[in-house]
Design a protein around this ligand. Structure first.
Ligand code: CMP
Length: 148
């Protein structure tokens, strides 16, 4: 089914124009579409709120510090099964597993650590709805699905 997902290109790759360009090219060459995009710099409070489900985890501080350390690109992506496809393009979260199992994936190619892992993708329709709403409050997620 046609779906929407939220992709975030994180500060580690937005600092590197050639990597950024490669990731955008991969998105288009895989047949995914950009619905809306925003370039922004998160405050640590915004990063903390976005990743609320990771509150209290051992990596929370480094995640929040990293995500507010530089600009990010947020994209609403559209495509058939885009949630699963974008996550498969990313590869696993853990960098060593990614480099070993999925070396051609985005994280396998450019991931540095478990935290500095290039990009984010929503993991379900419900998550996509919350995450798109977080970064694109003006975007009517429900209406987009109804109009299909
Ligand atoms: P993301 O897919 O954006 O979702 C949560 C983020 O937390 C994840 O990517 C990583 O950036 C970070 N993260 C997840 N697990 C770990 C971990 N074990 N150690 C450090 N950072 C992590």
């Amino acid at each position: 089914p046609l779906q929407l997902t939220l992709a975030i290109l994180k500060p580690d790759i937005t600092a590197n124009p050639s990597v950024l360009k490669n990731v955008w090219t991969r998105i288009l060459e895989n047949g995914l579409y950009f619905v809306s995009s925003k370039h922004m710099h998160l405050s640590s409070d915004e990063a903390e709120e976005f990743y609320a489900e990771h509150r209290g985890k051992f990596f929370q501080n480094r995640l929040v510090n990293f995500m507010s350390s530089g600009p990010v690109w947020c994209h609403i992506l559209c495509g058939d099964d885009v949630i699963g496809r974008w996550r498969r393009m990313l590869g696993p979260t853990k960098v060593l597993k990614t480099v070993y199992d999925e070396p051609e994936s985005i994280r396998g190619s450019y991931g540095l650590t478990d935290t500095r892992n290039c990009a984010h993708g929503s993991d379900s329709d419900a998550t996509a709805k919350r995450e798109v709403g977080f970064f694109f409050p003006e975007f009517d997620f429900e209406k987009w699905y109804k109009e299909e």
